[in-house]
Design a protein around this ligand. Structure first.
Ligand SMILES: [Zn+2]
Length: 57
């Protein structure tokens, strides 16, 4: 039913891929778990440690 997660969400500072969105939810993959969350999303970049926030897909 849900659209595929095809749109990338990247760290604003270093460009590392943080997750992918399908327009209504965000998929975050950090082994060994996958997360699918709603907006807004807050994530700390695993590369540079910057706090990234996104309110909209
Ligand atoms: Zn980063």
């Amino acid at each position: 039913m849900d659209a595929e997660f095809t749109r990338e969400w990247r760290c604003r500072d270093c460009g590392r891929l943080l997750g992918k969105t399908n327009g209504s939810q965000m998929q975050i993959r950090r082994k060994p778990l996958d997360y699918v969350v709603g907006f807004p999303v807050l994530a700390t970049c695993p590369g540079c440690g910057s706090l990234n926030v996104t309110n909209k897909p």
